[in-house]
Every structure is written in structure tokens, then in C-alpha cells.
Design a protein around this ligand. Sequence first.
Ligand code: NZQ
Ligand code: ZN
Length: 362
Amino acid sequence: MKFEYYNPTRLIFAAGALARLGEVASQHGKRALLVTGGGSVKRSGVFDRAVASLKLAGVSTVECSGVEPNPRITTVRRGARIARDEGCDVIIALGGGSTMDAAKVMAAAFYYDGDPWDMIYHGQPKPYVPTRALPVITVPTLAATGSEMNMGSVISNEETKEKSFVQAKCLYPVIALVDPELTMSVPQDQTAYGICDIITHVTEGYFNGVDGTPIQDRFAEGVILTAMEYGLKALEDGTNLDARAQVQWASIVALNGWVNAGTNGGFPVHMIEHTLSAYHDITHGAGLSVVNPAWMRFAARHRPEKFVQFAQRIFGLKGKGPDDLACAMEGIDRFEGFLRSTGCDPPVRAEDWGRAYDTICQ
Ligand code: NZQ
Ligand code: ZN
């Protein structure tokens, strides 16, 4: 194994942590751009509580609301403009992965005179990799992407039908203020899609990475088993704080670089899903619930050992040996069954997606 691990984000994880927003933000700035989505934080009261905490600590605020699921570059441009015009010195993302991703690129665009789309890899010969950004504080309200503690951001261009990512060290949030209570208002469908996203973040490296990573395998299996067990509890009762907390912690470790360290896996399932999202503007986790089992069935034929291990360790199946393809396939069937039990039910959505689903999954 060979790898380098770096993650400078300070993580504060506690129920009720939202009350500390003013205190921690005031260590980084005096005027905050509050980035929000389509209104869930207003309806839940989280926005008002955040503003009150900031005010008490002497941090004034200006808002950039309306970040879409699958956040758009036009919104990033708008947010960066507000931050500049209003003289902001810190950016606070209050919402799901879309809000956090948009906030990160706004923070880098603050210092960049060109178009922020230059930062998103979309086949341009020389992507602009940002080296400077305003400090970003993430306050996630949905457990899914892990964006709160990583250096990635995924942005869509609605004009060109592209959805892609940027990764840069300056995009690591300075603080992830994680309060699992904020996720108790997430509806069942988004909770289920989040669980699927969390699991897919670790299966990418697990199935597609290099051999000889036994500790990473066990980390990944821990994330999968925890997301499955506590995910079902959170779906059964959205106000179960312990379940929400475990799922949220799983979402953070799944993609903060720790579990995948040294696996050198690509992200094939994510790349396919991003293309689906780019054309059909579907929910990321919903797309993954279609693509991941289909990809697993394809990949198991080429590399059955890892899929047999998955079947054995996650579902307790008895394999006849590392090449037992039937056992590998049974494990994938069970996994798909789990996804369906959460409400991720691909055939229902296939009607909406039409030929995209047919092309990839048939
Ligand atoms: O927009 P609002 O009104 O806030 O509502 C959102 C949205 O409709 C709602 N929601 C969020 N928190 C809520 C809530 N509703 C009620 N109560 C709450 N507490 O949920 C809906 C989905 O939100 P969104 O932020 O879009 O979801 P998610 O966190 O799954 O983020 C998806 C985006 O992240 C990207 C995806 O591609 C997609 O664009 N990803 C980012 C990654 C990263 N930065 O590392 C990695 C991921 O693999 C992923 O690609
Ligand atoms: Zn994902």
C-alpha cells in the first residue's frame, strides 16, 4: 500500500452543535455569506437559529438562497457575486451536499476573475485548479455526500448538460459543524437515497481498488453494515436521534478520504450516475441505486473474489471459494433487495428516465 492522507477540516460532531455556529464562525470572519437551498432550513427553523447564533457572536449575514439539488454553475456565479459585493469574509453552507458543494466553489470564485466553470473538469485542456478560497464552514442537514469534510464539489452546467467535479486543497471546509438533529426533518425518500450514496462511496474503492487492503476492507464493511442497520432505523422513525447520528457519522467517514486511503479505486459508478444526472436532473442517490447493482453484476464476472467477500461478510452467505460467482451474485441480489426495502425502487423511476435506464441497466 502506498498513500498520503491529508484532511485539515476541524470536525465538531454533536447533537445541538448548531448553537455553537456563532462562536466558531467568529474565529474566521465577521461577515458571512449564508448559502441555503430551496427552503428546508427556513421551514425547519434552522436558518433562524443559525442567524441568531451568528448575531450573538457579532457575525453579520447576507444570504444566497435557492441552491438547486444538482447545483448549477449559474447559482455559483450568483453567490460569488454576492460575496464580493457584500464584502463577505467567510461562507457558511447550511443544507445538503448541493448547498455545500455550491458554497465551496463560490468561496474559490471569490478570488478568481475568470468564470468558475473553468474550475470544473469538463474536458478543457487546462482546468483551473483553485489555490485560494474564502474559509467555508459546512453545516450539513442531510447525511449523504460527505461534502462537509472533503475537498470535492460537484457542479452542473444546465446549458451544456454537463455535471462534473473539482477537487482542490483550498476547498476543504475549515470547520464541519455537524449536528445530527438537523437531519431529523429529512423525508424518507431523501434519507434512503442518502443511505445508498454513503454505501456507494465505500463500495467504489472496495470493489474497484487495488488488492491487499484488509484494513480498508474492514472499514468499508463497517460503514456498509452501520449504514444498513441504522439507516433502516432512521427510515422507521425519522426522529430517532441515535440512528440519525450513526448514519451521519457513516456519511462523513465514507468520503473524507479515510476509508478509501490506499485503495486507488476509480469512481466508475459515480461517473455514470453524474452523466445520468446531467441529462435527467435526477437525485444523485436515486441514480446510484440503479447504477450500482447493475455495475456490480458486470464487475463481479471479472473479479468475483471481492464480491464473494462482500456476500459473506455483509450478508453472511457461505461461498464455496473465492471464485464462487453464484455466491457473488446472490450477495448483489441481497444488496439490491436492501435498497428496495429502503424505498430506492429503480423500476418506478425508470418510467421517468426512459431510455437512459434501458441503455445502462438492460
Ligand atoms: O434544497 P432544500 O430545500 O434544502 O431541500 C433539500 C433538497 O430538496 C432536501 N433537504 C436537505 N436537508 C433537509 C432537506 N429536507 C428536509 N429536511 C432537511 N434537513 O433534500 C433535497 C436534496 O438535497 P441535496 O443537497 O441535493 O442532496 P445531497 O446531500 O444528496 O447532495 C447531492 C449533490 O451532491 C453531489 C451530488 O452529485 C449532488 O449534486 N455529490 C457531492 C459529493 C462531494 N462533494 O463530495 C460526492 C457525492 O458523491 C455527490 O456526487
Ligand atoms: Zn455520491
